[in-house]
Design a protein around this ligand. Structure first.
Ligand SMILES: Cc1ncc(C[n+]2csc(CCOP(=O)(O)OP(=O)(O)O)c2C)c(N)n1
Ligand SMILES: [Mg+2]
Length: 567
């Protein structure tokens, strides 16, 4: 039984969070924070253990940092923002986290309830206009649970329930609002017991469903595994490598957010399902919200589809019609392990040998094509994104964490270990990558962290706030900005929709060019970091080396503004 000498509910709240393993509170403050600020001062004086406060000067940065931290540590961080307006700024980050099953305790103050009277009652003009009928309603669709703290007596139940629900698979953010008078109330010395409200273990894959899947797989000639996120569970990384190798089943990672298979694995057929879909007679889509892109081709008729994961139908997505002839609910590692055990006695060894040869030939052709492209573009100016990706792959070491907001070409940058690569959320709320990289560095300080972002993504991330946070919290990250001076995605999708249209013929179409961009390297330098503009492809390897050396040796952030072509 832990006892704190507390003044107010806020003190008890912070002590409870720390006791439950919440190491950091990422915050962007306002008038609602007064009791929290006071509680921190009190904790410092009394030596009470509380989550370390991590100040972020924009809410999207605060949530993205928390996301990055949670993604590498699998611990639950807390975020606190300023009432309704802070919540509004936080929603994009909340959506990124929700779609990636990242457990975060999102919190916000709440406009004082009383117009006068108790400590914490309204004393600023904003305390009228900032009130909303349903503050939590703004992000209710994106969180697993939301609640408003009513009094200090329920604190332990509320916090424990919030953390347990966030940690239950499929994981996700939860939201708690904290009215100012409630957290300002005097609390009797807080007593909380050890946490008794733990996240339940996930259900095991149904043995009958696994048996059926194994039968389907054993009789298939060209089975294919498609995944985006199996590697969220590091045990699944090893299980997938084993199963794919043992039974010679090719794997394609479609828009991966976590690495699920080493790049060098003999069954790794890259990142584009369209290149192999036509051959498949059975697909296992594992933790994959969009296993293939119907607009680019669908599996042939007669090809059966098994979907597996914690929520195989992705019920939070309103429309999603990917076939599911058989669904298996459970963790990716558990599904793969059970499947391998059932497949072992059923498998036709000569068929596996034939398939292995077939996959290896496909893989050789892919590698040759990638190598040829890389050679072709190596000397191009502006620098080609494939060359940047290749050079980065050569420069980083095995322990490096790469956070990619969208522009890195995975085809040209190899990764061998679980948790070495993190891609941006399927929701793609831009502005995530730079903050997530800072959070990753906070969670894994001993590992080098590189953020690869487009010029657009970089600007969405609130660069001044990002570089300030990197300096303030001493988080030396290397930012590599692939600067093509445009929102190429907007251009690409316009041309794809109107290939013979007027915009396709123009290179000055609206809402695509980013002219007169600032010198990004100077923004980083202004915050005390290292900054370099790179426009010569031959100089890129040396520039990467310099950037990485500064980050490693001088322990300060760095930014390479790499002048790139669109494609
Ligand atoms: C919050 C948010 N606003 C807008 C978009 C739409 N969007 C998707 S990609 C993109 C452009 C990204 O530009 P950049 O990072 O430079 O990469 P590029 O497309 O040039 O490769 C935009 C604006 C988004 N995904 N998220
Ligand atoms: Mg761009």
């Amino acid at each position: 039984m832990a006892t704190q000498k507390t003044n107010n509910v806020a003190s008890a709240y912070l002590a409870l969070l720390a006791d439950r393993g919440v190491e950091y509170l990422f915050g962007n403050a306002g008038t609602d924070f007064a009791p929290i600020v006071e509680a921190y001062a009190e904790a410092e004086q009394q030596g009470t253990k509380v989550p370390a406060p991590i100040l972020a000067t924009h809410e999207n940065l605060a949530v993205s940092m928390a996301h990055g931290y949670a993604m590498v540590t699998r611990k639950i961080p807390a975020v606190m923002v300023h009432v309704s307006v802070g919540t509004a700024n936080m929603i994009c980050g909340a959506m990124n986290a929700a779609r990636e099953n990242v457990a975060i305790l999102l919190t916000a103050g709440r406009t004082p309830l009383n117009e006068s009277g108790p400590l914490g009652a309204r004393d600023g003009h904003i305390h009228w206009a900032q009130e909303m009928y349903d503050q939590g309603g703004m992000l209710r669709e994106l969180v697993k649970w939301d609640y408003e703290l009513r009094n200090g007596e329920q604190l332990e139940t509320v916090v424990d329930r919030a953390l347990a629900i966030a940690a239950t698979e499929p994981r996700g953010p939860v939201y708690l609002s904290l009215p100012r008078e409630v957290i300002a109330r005097r609390a009797s010395p807080a007593r909380h017991g050890p946490g008794r409200l733990r996240a339940p273990a996930p259900s095991a894959p149904d043995p009958a469903a696994v048996q059926t899947a194994a039968d389907m797989m054993a009789s298939a000639k060209r089975p294919l595994i498609l995944t985006s996120n199996a590697g969220r569970d590091p045990a699944a990384f090893a299980a997938l490598a084993m199963l794919a190798d043992r039974f010679a089943i090719p794997v394609v990672q479609h828009h991966p957010r976590h690495l699920s298979l080493p790049s060098s694995h003999a069954m790794n057929l890259g990142y584009h399902p369209a290149s192999i879909l036509a051959d498949a007679d059975l697909i296992l889509a594992l933790e994959s919200d969009v296993p293939w892109m119907p607009a680019h081709g669908s599996p042939p008729e007669g090809c059966k589809v098994i979907q597996g994961g914690f929520d195989p139908l992705f019920t939070h997505i309103p429309i999603r019609g990917f076939a599911c002839d058989l669904g298996i609910t459970g963790g990716a590692a558990a599904i793969l392990t059970a499947l391998a055990a059932e497949l072992e006695p059923a498998i036709d060894r000569p068929a596996v040998a034939e398939r292995r040869t077939w996959v290896e030939a496909k893989r050789r052709a892919q590698l040759k094509e990638r190598g040829a492209l890389c050679e072709r573009v190596a000397n191009r100016r502006p620098i080609h994104p494939a060359w940047v990706s290749h050079c980065l792959g050569e420069a980083k070491d095995a322990g490096t964490i790469v956070v990619n907001e969208y522009t890195l070409r995975l085809d040209h940058c190899g990764f061998e270990h679980a948790d070495s690569y993190f891609g941006s959320s399927s929701a793609s709320g831009l502005g995530w990558g730079a903050g997530a990289a800072l959070g990753a560095k906070l969670g894994a300080p001993e590992r080098p962290v590189i953020a690869v972002v487009g010029d657009g993504a970089y600007l969405f991330s609130n660069p001044a706030a990002v570089h300030h946070a990197a300096a303030l919290h001493e988080l030396p990250v290397l930012f590599v900005v692939m600067n093509n001076a445009m929102w190429n995605a907007v251009r690409r999708f316009t041309v794809a929709m109107y290939p013979h249209g007027k915009a396709a013929k123009s290179n000055r179409s609206a809402f695509t060019q980013l002219d007169r961009l600032p010198a990004f390297e100077q923004i980083c330098r202004a915050a005390g970091g290292y900054g370099e503009r790179v426009d010569d492809p031959a100089q890129l390897p040396a520039a990467l080396e310099r950037g990485m050396a500064v980050v490693a040796n001088e322990k300060r952030q760095g930014l390479l503004n790499v002048i790139c072509s669109a494609d």
